[in-house]
Design a protein around this ligand. Structure first.
Ligand code: IPM
Ligand code: MN
Length: 372
């Protein structure tokens, strides 16, 4: 298959984790005989610095022309700590999502058997967890009208949803549930919010055409608790933009590190793949950031183009790295493996999945393996 992939490394650790995902895609090209063309463009704080805008026109154009976008990370503390900043890196990502019509953000959450003791949650609570969050991505409070009075003392953000916006992602979520454990949970705040009541109405109606899927509802406060108390009860969670943002970070605790969570953002015509984590500026350039979320985002890209076997090759190689403890310090505090080495190991194992490198496990534990 030929694919044109736009690479948007962004800020902080974005470039270094994205580079590992590209290594893995190149390993897939080599192994499965595909041809991917990569074109890179700036976004976020780096784009503000270089081009004066968080999403320069040329970057948007490149993304629109590409078959898919692979995104690194966005954000810079310089802007976070300045409430008066006129322009912010995050606006680049939000504009990109809107312009590309990426209304559904898909975030799988699972407890990897080899990492059960890495989570601060008890093993027997998280064991068997495997759910996916369908987060609405181009509506709600993120995109509603924003107001600030002249004195700068009163502010508001409008949370608005239309039936059409709710229904298009709801269909995707039900279709996903059909292929999984056949359960869909709508997370909302329908006891308080009018927009949530509309979500319930629309989702209930659509649910009638998916009789094989059990539909239930949870208020977001209760959902936040249930995700920690009993995460294996979930299959597909459907929710609006901001609730999805919050509970997906919460969900990452189950896996043991936010550095493991990948996502796909899809629309009618475009698709973008990115880790759910931020730019982690404290780690930038230190070769310690976990590249797995970015690598698994590349696997989601392949799945999007029906390259299931290829995606599986990446996931198996990731599993192997996790099992062998070839991981960054977020998962093993004393680990001597850096971002690059973990990327190399995973890429190598895609090319030759059976090759065990004749690795000496003891050396791996000591971080002394010379093979990676
Ligand atoms: C995410 C991020 C973004 C969001 C930020 C960077 C705008 O937190 O993708 O979850 O809030 O959607
Ligand atoms: Mn977030």
């Amino acid at each position: 298959m030929n694919l044109n992939i736009a690479l948007l490394p962004g800020d902080g650790i974005g470039p270094e984790v994205l580079a590992q995902a590209v290594k893995c895609l190149q390993a897939v090209e080599e192994t499965f005989n595909h041809q991917f063309v990569y074109k890179e463009a700036p976004v976020g704080a780096i784009a503000i610095k270089k081009k004066g805008a968080p999403l320069p026109d040329n970057t948007l154009k490149l993304c629109k022309e590409a078959d898919a976008v692979l995104f690194g990370a966005i954000g810079d503390p310089k802007f976070d700590n300045d409430p008066n900043a006129k322009v912010r890196p995050e606006q680049g990502l939000l504009k990109l999502r809107k312009e590309l019509g990426l209304f559904a953000n898909i975030r799988p959450v699972q407890a990897y058997p080899s990492l059960l003791d890495k989570s601060p949650l008890k093993k027997d609570i998280i064991s068997g967890t495997d759910f996916v969050i369908y987060r609405e991505l181009t509506g709600g409070i993120y995109f509603g009208e924003k107001k600030l009075n002249e004195e700068g003392t009163i502010a508001s953000d409008l949370c608005e949803y239309s039936e059409g916006e709710i229904s298009r992602i709801t269909h995707l979520a039900f279709k996903a549930a059909k292929t999984r454990k056949k359960k869909l949970t709508l997370v909302d705040k329908a006891n308080v919010l009018e927009s949530s009541r509309l979500w319930r109405k629309v989702v209930t109606k659509i649910g009638e055409s998916y009789p094989e899927v059990a539909l239930d509802f949870l208020f977001v406060d209760n959902a936040a608790m249930q995700i920690i108390l009993n995460p294996s009860q979930f299959d597909v969670i459907l929710t609006e933009n901001m609730f999805g943002d919050i509970i997906s970070d919460e969900g990452s605790v189950i896996g043991g590190s936010i550095g493991l969570l990948a996502s796909a953002s899809v629309g009618e015509e475009n698709a973008l793949f990115e880790p759910i984590h931020g730019s982690y500026p404290q780690a930038a350039g230190k070769d310690i950031a976990n590249p797995i979320a970015s690598i698994l985002s590349a696997a989601m890209l392949l799945e999007h183009f029906d390259l299931g076997e290829e995606a599986l090759a990446i996931k198996k190689a990731v599993d192997k790295a996790l099992k062998k403890g070839i991981v960054t310090p977020d998962l093993k505090p004393k680990s001597q493996y850096g971002t690059n080495q973990v990327g190399d190991f995973i890429a190598h194992n895609i090319v030759d999945i059976e090759d065990d490198f004749n690795m000496n496990d003891e050396n791996i534990d000591l971080g002394k393996s010379t093979i990676i």
